[in-house]
Design a protein around this ligand. Structure first.
Ligand code: ZN
Length: 210
């Protein structure tokens, strides 16, 4: 599996230079998905510092940053009261649906809301959101993807990104898994690599190239 990290290699030539056509996609870093939230991901808050570093880097390079968010009606089909698998979470406009308190959301970032109707759920940020068109309109070709959770919305977003023709780079230290079944997160990482994604540590991202 092609996983690289400067911490492991110690080599400068493994660094990933960002370039025009790159974009950062931050998946569902919302309060309900953090520890203590309605659907808390273990260590979910740990993705925030790594993502903030990436957000700052992409901002400095004037590369697009897109945030996806779960944005459900109160009677959403994924909630247990409606026969779904999850407790109520990320109800549109609620505190739990807000982005993590420490997450940097730049004024010029794009925010994409998903699963906004009662009848349909969406793990992927590309599902009925127009995200693909948005990114193509911005000239994006390669997406750097991090957020929550590895084994659900990150996995689905990465698969769809590749399906829509984007190159996908998964920010391995900026994702965390739910692990409903032990090993789900590791399986998801393997699935993403097999689908063609590259998995890298955020320490490899470099903005010094032309
Ligand atoms: Zn949801």
């Amino acid at each position: 599996m092609p996983i690289r990290s400067a911490a492991h290699s110690g080599l400068d030539d493994t660094r990933l230079s960002l370039r025009p056509g790159d974009a950062l996609v931050v998946v569902d870093v919302q309060r309900d998905f953090l520890p203590g939230g309605a659907l808390g991901v273990p260590d979910g808050d740990r993705v925030v510092p790594a993502l903030n570093r990436c957000i700052a880097l992409f901002g400095r390079l004037k590369l697009p940053v897109v945030f996806t968010r779960d944005w459900h009606p109160a009677d959403h089909c994924s909630f247990r009261a409606q026969g779904g698998p999850w407790p109520p979470h990320c109800v549109a406009g609620s505190d739990g649906a807000a982005f993590a308190a420490g997450l940097t959301v730049p004024d010029d970032a794009s925010i994409v809301s998903k699963a906004t109707t009662a009848q349909a759920d969406a793990y992927s940020g590309f599902q009925r959101t127009g995200l693909g068109e948005l990114l193509r309109g911005l000239g994006c070709k390669r997406l750097f993807i991090g957020g929550l959770a590895t084994d659900y919305c990150v996995l689905a977003t990465v698969r769809d990104a590749i399906g829509e023709g984007f190159a996908a780079v998964v920010l391995r230290d900026a994702i965390r898994a739910v692990n409903v079944h032990p090993g789900d997160g590791e399986r998801a990482e393997r699935d993403m690599a097999e689908a063609g994604a590259e998995l890298v540590g955020t320490d490899l991202l470099a903005g010094d190239a032309a």
